[in-house]
Write a protein that binds this ligand. Structure first.
Ligand SMILES: Cc1cc2nc3c(=O)[nH]c(=O)nc-3n(C[C@H](O)[C@H](O)[C@H](O)COP(=O)(O)OP(=O)(O)OC[C@H]3O[C@@H](n4cnc5c(N)ncnc54)[C@H](O)[C@@H]3O)c2cc1C
Length: 391
């Protein structure tokens, strides 16, 4: 019998497969797509992620040393750094490259397989999938569910899915001469939304929006804002939308089962960025599962070590980030503009904001005297738990 089946060949699943195979375990990865990694995403990752997960240069569209933040009120604010702090990457290429690494380490991949059933038995996990030649069944000692946002598979394993998250929509554009990332805070967008415009290859850009409630207006409003100063561009494909989790589910492990990545709600609630945390959680899931497989102890109690490990790394980030998002969603344009201007003029944005780790700067920001009057109306949200280690 196989040691592990990984459901989903995204960042989380591929990284789990790389590690599990590297530890000598037999792994089968199932994904319904035929093109690995082809999931709606902008593909921005921070330098730390690129270094840690060895992003090859050939997948880099753009190296970001600066960003222009466009608050609804007041002038845009340009934040630049000496060194590049983020990369816009060919997301499909990078995720497929991770799958290649897993295959080279010994993982078997079967694509065009949609998992439809999951039976957790005492001594094994039985997975049913629809493949190109009809229904298939696969068995393994354990499974990692890395199937992304809200696929319902967690429920089949007796776990609650991640709570309802956010809604993101994106459209590829041509014809814009764009040499840096732009972020749009509120303004024409619905309350709680933010938007982005990023260079993604020669003469190509991606424009997207993210907010809590589904909105068909948000993306057209962003495009209007981009074209307001006469900038011309044309769509280079259809606008598409997908969900983004903002919170983890109550539990991310069960008998012979682990959840990782978006399926486990491991996304930065501030920006909706989940590639790095998915890679990290795929790795932590594989470490915990490999140990449990070696000990032949795959019950719930044994697999709890995974949740302890990811909470110790990401728990505070998810909790504090969620509070920051909740505050942002309630702020008006004036308050957002004031925070951006103060943070930019004091060097906070250029010197202290990490691309991937937001809890420290949010915690400091909430105590920063110059933000006091702006943040006063949100004291209650803040008190809901920014202090403490949150693990
Ligand atoms: C518009 C948009 C823009 C984004 N931009 C960024 C960004 O710039 N930077 C960033 O860090 N994050 C971004 N994200 C978030 C990021 O895409 C996800 O957090 C990340 O892809 C999660 O990785 P994952 O491996 O957990 O899941 P996924 O990448 O979703 O992979 C899950 C895989 O499981 C497969 N699958 C699902 N169900 C089944 C099934 N039943 N059977 C078989 N296979 C199945 C899917 O085909 C998929 O390949 C963005 C999200 C959206 C929606």
């Amino acid at each position: 019998m196989l040691d592990a089946i990984v459901i989903g060949a995204g960042p989380a699943g591929n990284q789990a497969a790389i590690k599990l195979s590297g530890r000598g375990h037999s792994v089968l990865v199932l994904d319904y797509r035929s093109n690995i990694g082809d999931k709606l995403c902008t593909g921005i990752i921070g330098r730390e992620c690129a270094e840690r997960f060895e992003l090859p240069d050939r997948f880099v569209y753009h190296r970001a040393k600066s960003v222009t933040i466009c608050p609804a009120l007041g002038d845009p604010v340009r934040v630049s750094r000496e060194r590049e702090h983020a990369y816009v990457v060919d997301r499909v290429g990078f995720v497929a490259h991770l799958a290649d690494r897993a295959m080279r380490a010994g993982s078997e991949y079967r694509l065009r397989r949609r998992v439809t059933g999951l039976d957790v038995l005492q001594d094994r996990v039985r997975i049913s999938a629809n493949g190109p030649d009809g229904p298939e069944t696969h068995e393994a000692r354990a499974a990692v569910i890395a199937s992304g946002y809200s696929t319902g598979l967690a429920k089949l394993a007796g776990l609650q899915p991640a709570p309802k998250g956010a809604f993101a929509a994106q459209v590829p554009l041509r014809g814009l001469a764009l040499d840096e990332v732009k972020v749009f805070l509120r303004g024409p967008l619905p309350r709680g939304y933010f938007g982005w415009l990023v260079p993604a290859g020669p003469d190509r850009a991606l424009a997207g929006v993210l907010g809590r409630e589904r909105s068909s207006r948000a993306l057209p409003q962003l495009l209007d804002a981009i074209g307001k100063d006469g900038t011309s561009f044309r769509p280079d494909g259809p606008a598409m939308s997908w969900g983004v989790p903002l919170k983890p589910p109550a539990r991310t492990y069960a008998h012979r089962i682990l959840l990782a990545g978006d399926a486990a709600g491991q996304v930065k609630p501030t920006t909706g960025g989940g590639i790095y945390y998915s890679l990290l959680s795929g790795e932590l899931a594989a470490d915990a599962l490999a140990d449990a497989l070696d000990e032949d102890d795959l019950n719930e109690r044994s697999l709890k070590r995974y949740e302890l490990a990811w909470k110790s790394m990401l728990g505070r980030e998810l909790r504090v980030g969620y509070i920051a998002r909740a505050i942002y969603e309630r702020m008006n344009d004036r308050s957002i503009g004031s925070i951006v201007r103060i943070a930019a003029s004091n060097g906070i944005l250029s010197e202290h904001v990490s691309f991937d780790w937001h809890a420290d700067i949010v915690t400091r920001g909430l105590k920063y005297p110059r933000f006091d009057s702006i943040l006063a109306p949100f004291r209650e949200t803040n008190r809901a738990g920014v202090s403490g280690n949150g693990k």
